[in-house]
Design a binder for this molecule. Structure first.
Ligand SMILES: C[S@@+](CC[C@H](N)C(=O)[O-])C[C@H]1O[C@@H](n2cnc3c(N)ncnc32)[C@H](O)[C@@H]1O
Ligand SMILES: [Zn+2]
Length: 171
């Protein structure tokens, strides 16, 4: 049985919700990264393929997220995160999640670019105006999120990560 299902969300549009209780650290779903967007295979908006459903990965690889993961909304107080295990990406529970709860992750983790947008997550930790680049987060939050960064991101942003560790006194 799928652990999640799509449903209208108070945060934005369609969200992804837990069918069952999911314990912290357990996998929620495996991400399907097979639809790579390239110049030869671009988004087809007529087939409901949109830029806001894309994920930006190592080496400027762009993937069109599939269902249900394409509906996972952002929260500034997320209950999940993404990690690559043996070459496949999974969404893991960051805290215990109850059946019926919306699955969210923080879009700034493993993220770059300079997109600005307004967050509607409604959490007490909401940062309201969001800058897409991880390294624009407050240093304390970068340090909190450091263990959640995916291996490809740490490799790609090695210098910035080393700088962050040095500034925190950890090496
Ligand atoms: C991958 S989609 C998430 C699913 C989306 N709710 C849907 O209906 O398909 C990403 C888009 O959802 C919206 N979104 C996600 N989280 C949001 C949040 N916390 N506040 C405002 N908009 C959000 C933004 O428009 C973003 O570009
Ligand atoms: Zn927020």
């Amino acid at each position: 049985m799928n652990k999640v299902f799509p449903k209208e969300s108070l945060i934005n549009g369609i969200g992804v919700f837990a069918h069952i209780d999911i314990r912290k650290g357990n996998p929620i779903l495996k991400i399907d990264d097979t639809r790579v967007v390239t110049a030869d295979n671009p988004l087809r908006e007529e087939d409901d393929e949109h830029e806001y459903h894309c994920d930006y990965l190592a080496g400027e690889k762009v993937v069109l997220m599939q269902l249900p993961e394409r509906h996972i909304n952002h929260s500034c107080n997320p209950n999940s995160f993404v990690k690559t295990i043996n070459g496949a990406r999974y969404v893991f529970a960051l805290s215990d999640i109850s059946a019926g709860e919306e699955i969210t992750y923080d879009y700034c983790i493993n993220s770059s670019g300079d997109t600005l947008w307004h967050c509607n997550c409604g959490s007490e930790r909401c940062r309201k105006e969001i800058h897409s680049d991880f390294f624009h987060l407050p240093i304390t939050l970068q340090l909190e999120y450091l263990p959640l960064l995916d291996s490809w991101y740490i490799e790609e942003y090695k210098t910035e990560v080393e700088h962050l560790l040095a500034s925190s006194g950890v090496s």
